[in-house]
Ligand binder design. Sequence first.
Ligand SMILES: [Zn+2]
Length: 274
Amino acid sequence: MNKCVAMGRVALMMLLSLNVLAEVELHGELKQGGLLWGSLPVGSTAKLDGKALQTADNGVFVFGFDRDAAPAAILEICSANGSCETRDLHIAQRQYDIQRVNGVPQKTVTPPASVLERIRKETALVSKARQQQFSRQDFTQTFKWPVLGPITGVFGSQRVYNGSPGRPHYGLDIAAPTGSTVTAPIDGVVTLAHPDMFYSGGTLIIDHGMGVSSTFIHLSRVLVAEGQEIKQGQVIAEVGATGRATGPHLDWRINWAGLRLDPALVIGPMPSAK
Ligand SMILES: [Zn+2]
């Protein structure tokens, strides 16, 4: 009897070890701009296209696909006993609009030489903030809209500023009056709180762990400080039109490990405004 149970257990474990991937549920959208996470059996490791993904002690891992990601990727999972499996991921390809934005301050389209040093310093501050590493896993929470209002700009659109082609737009723009409160979509820790950057104006970066962060720009006021722990729903800032903006709106961005992702893919439909 005892022997029988033991054998049964061995057979079951083999079955599990051959099907680790089949049991890994991925949360998120397999699309260009998508953020995905999953949870592996403890001790397993994951690779995306041959590159190791950070895996937390509890098995959580996260990854994303940028605006122009290729249509296919390979996810490889190796269990603690060394057996590996791969899954072909099919990344939905998207079409991006061209958006003409007129009326932005011309100095923000062709910055004068006198501000180049300022821009360089601010870019360095942002990348330093995003390079900080936190083991937190706030991105597994269900995101809530940071502000409600009409969507006036989407991820990936090709921007033409006052007639000059610019870089693609990576934010989700939500129009709202200056002074409207911005709330945290999920928990996090503040890694950058800046009152006025050249392009982005009032700028706030909140880290959600494992390389995932939110950035909020064009703010009129930043109400939290660097190092501060933030809870979902907490008031963190006020909407503005600072930096290269034509009118008051919140521009919300999501980054993972140096890639720019689409906030619209992590959040559900907007609830109707009051
Ligand atoms: Zn924007």
